[in-house]
Design a protein around this ligand. Sequence first.
Ligand code: 5RP
Length: 229
Amino acid sequence: MIEGKRSAAQAALGEVRDGQILGIGTGSTVAIFIEMLAERVKKDGLRVMCVPTSYQSAHLAIERGLKLTTLEEYSTLDLAVDGADEVDRNLNLIKGGGAALTREKIVDSAAKRFVVIADESKLVERLGSRSPVPIEVIPMSWKRVANMVKVLGGEARLRDGGDRKDGPLVTDNGNFILDVKFGEIDDPRALEFELKRIPGVVEVGLFVNMANAAYIGSERGVKLIERKS
Ligand code: 5RP
């Protein structure tokens, strides 16, 4: 699995050019990408600046000597590189396993090109077959949102901060996460739309029609899935 993550990260690194403004996602695969990017910056003197999608990624990037910037300074990014919990063959995604889905959606959608890096275990025929859909919610609304997603066929669980006794996980935006099991999803676009209409929902971890390409890594190498249009 780690080899797959490494080879996917390495392949995405091949897309980075001098002078670019980069969006950097969150998660263990992106952490590998950040390490590789920092090494390349040191070795080749690349001048890149990064917009992070979480405190986790920001801290790692700073620690490794990468320069950070913001969407206030650069509202369009050249390239965003991010992980995923599920990727289907149309490049639709489930994201939010690392609770950073809202900032990820903002940053990934601001990029001219958005590339996913994942090991092959993330590739699915249909979204929802393995992972729940994470939904970021305003804390006071969580119970009501959980009840309302039931009507849409979802079974919601409030994500805890690692251990149940720690209480709910709090996102970088001060919100809660509901992990909602839907089973296999027929129409991710329609479901995203329905979920976003529920008051209290900040963002939904369904990324439909956003990614331009995905590097799927395994011990056997990397497969590139590229959007056709
Ligand atoms: C964080 C995410 C991550 O990109 C996703 O959970 C994949 O993480 P990993 O690379 O650790 O498997 O969406 O919100």
